[in-house]
Design a protein around this ligand. Structure first.
Ligand SMILES: Cc1cc2nc3c(=O)[nH]c(=O)nc-3n(C[C@H](O)[C@H](O)[C@H](O)COP(=O)(O)O)c2cc1C
Length: 375
C-alpha cells in the first residue's frame, strides 16, 4: 500500500489554484453545491444559516452556492421555510450571510429559484398561488395540474429574476447562480417532456431555451458587466432521473449557445456521478462537454467524496473511477474548473480543510442523519 495515490498527494496544489469567473476571483477550486435546507422560517435566513455557511467558508470552501432561494413572484415556491431572495427582512438576513462568508475568506452567490410545476400544495403565505409552467404539465407527465404561463406571467418572472440579481449585487453577493436544473421552472421550458408550447417559447431546442436565455439577458442587463452570472442545468430531473435534454453534443450545443450568447459567465453542469462520460466516444463528463462547447468555465458535481472508492483512494488503495485521483486529474487537465461538493460537505463542515490539509484519514462517510441539522 502506497502512502497516497499520485494526484491525491498533490490535492492541495491542484485545488488551491484561483479561478476567475468574469470579474470574480474564486480563491480555490472547491465549491459548495446548492442544498435546500428549509431552516429559514418566514423565508428569512437567520444566525444559524449564517454560521452554517461561514463555517464552511472558514474551512476553505472557495465558492458557496447557497441553497435555492425563491425569486419574488407568488408562484416561485411553496415552502415558508425556504429562504426568499426578496423582502426587506429576508434580504437583510442574506446581507449578513454574505458578510460573514466574506469575513471567513470565501465568496458566495445565491441560487435564484422558481419551482414552476413542482409545486403541489403551498404553505402560507403561498397557499393559494397556482402551479405554473410552460404547459401546465408536471415532470412526471401529469397534465392539467397547473397553469400554462401567459406572456404576462413570463415577463413577470423574468422581471423577478432580474430584480433578485440586482438585489444580490446591492447587498454584497459576488454573483448569482440561476437554477435551470432538476426539473424546476427553467428546466421545464428546456425539456420537451414538459414544454409543449406552440408559441416562440416552444418547439425545437433553441425555442425551448428562449425563456431561460431571456432571463439571463435580463439579469445581465441589470447587474454590472463584471458581475458573474452562473447557469446551473442538468440532464436529469427530480421524478425523471433518466430524462435527458440532449442525446448528442450537437443537441447540447443548441441549448448552450443561446445561453452563452445571452451572457452566462460560467455553467454548473449538474450530474449525479461526475466520473460518468456524458456521450459515447469520449470520457468527457457533462461539465467537460459544456466547457468544450461554450468556452466558459464550468463547475462539476456529483458524488464527490461519497463513493467508498473515494475514501479508499485517499487512504492510498489505488485510483478507482470515483476516486479523488480521477477527479483531480480531470481538474488538472482543465476538463472543468471547479468541483462542487454537496452531501460530503453537508456532513462535514471541515471537509475542505481536511482535503486541503492532506488529512484524508479524517474524512467522514456521509450519513443521511446530517440532513436533519444545520451543523
Ligand atoms: C439536501 C439536498 C438539497 C438540495 N437542494 C438543491 C437545490 O436547492 N438546488 C440545486 O440546484 N440542487 C440541490 N441539490 C443537489 C445538489 O446541489 C447536488 O447537485 C447533489 O447533491 C449531488 O452532489 P453530491 O453528490 O456532492 O451531494 C440538493 C441536494 C441535497 C442532498
Amino acid at each position: 500500500m502506497t502512502a497516497t495515490t499520485p494526484a491525491a498527494s498533490r490535492a492541495a496544489e491542484i485545488l488551491s489554484r484561483p479561478i476567475a469567473l468574469n470579474g470574480l476571483t474564486v480563491p480555490n477550486r472547491i465549491a459548495m453545491a446548492p442544498m435546500t435546507r428549509m431552516f429559514s422560517p418566514g423565508g428569512v435566513p437567520g444566525e444559524d444559516v449564517l454560521s452554517y455557511y461561514a463555517r464552511r467558508a472558514a474551512a476553505g470552501v472557495g465558492l458557496i452556492v447557497t441553497e435555492g432561494t425563491y425569486v419574488g413572484h407568488e408562484s416561485a415556491g411553496s415552502s415558508d421555510r425556504v429562504p426568499r431572495f426578496h423582502g426587506e427582512e429576508q434580504l437583510a438576513g442574506w446581507a449578513k450571510v454574505a458578510d460573514a462568508v466574506h469575513a471567513a475568506g470565501g465568496t458566495i452567490v445565491p441560487q435564484l429559484w422558481h419551482i414552476g410545476m413542482v409545486r403541489k400544495q403551498g404553505e402560507p403565505p403561498f397557499a393559494d398561488a397556482p402551479a405554473v409552467g410552460p404547459s401546465g404539465i408536471r415532470v412526471d407527465g401529469t397534465e392539467g395540474a397547473g397553469k400554462a404561463m401567459t406572456q404576462r406571467d413570463l415577463d413577470d418572472v423574468i422581471g423577478a429574476f432580474a430584480e433578485a440579481a440586482a438585489a444580490a449585487e446591492r447587498i454584497g453577493f459576488d454573483g448569482v447562480e440561476l437554477h435551470g436544473a432538476h426539473g424546476y421552472l427553467l428546466d421545464q421550458f428546456l425539456w420537451a417532456g414538459t414544454n409543449r408550447r406552440t408559441d416562440a417559447y416552444g418547439g425545437d431546442a433553441v425555442a425551448r431555451t428562449k425563456f431561460a436565455a431571456e432571463i439571463v439577458a435580463a439579469v445581465r442587463e441589470t447587474v454590472s458587466p463584471d458581475f458573474p452570472v452562473i447557469f446551473r442545468y442538468s440532464q436529469w430531473k427530480q421524478e425523471a432521473y433518466r430524462a435527458r435534454l440532449a442525446q448528442t453534443p450537437q443537441e447540447l450545443e443548441a441549448i448552450l449557445a443561446p445561453l452563452t450568447a445571452a451572457g452566462v459567465d460560467a455553467f454548473h453542469a449538474s450530474t449525479r456521478r461526475y466520473w460518468l462520460p456524458e456521450f459515447d466516444g469520449s470520457d468527457l463528463n457533462l461539465a467537460g462537454w459544456t466547457k468544450k462547447l461554450t468556452g466558459r468555465p464550468t463547475i462539476t458535481v456529483g458524488s464527490v467524496g461519497l463513493d467508498g472508492d473515494f475514501l479508499r483512494a485517499f487512504a492510498g488503495e489505488g485510483a478507482a473511477v470515483g476516486s479523488i485521483d480521477n477527479l483531480l486529474e480531470r481538474l488538472e487537465r482543465d476538463e472543468f474548473d471547479l468541483v462542487a461538493v454537496g452531501r460530503a460537505l453537508l456532513q462535514d463542515p471541515q471537509w475542505a480543510a481536511k482535503v486541503l490539509g492532506n488529512r484524508f484519514e479524517e474524512l467522514q462517510p456521509y450519513d443521511a442523519a446530517a440532513l436533519k441539522t444545520l451543523s
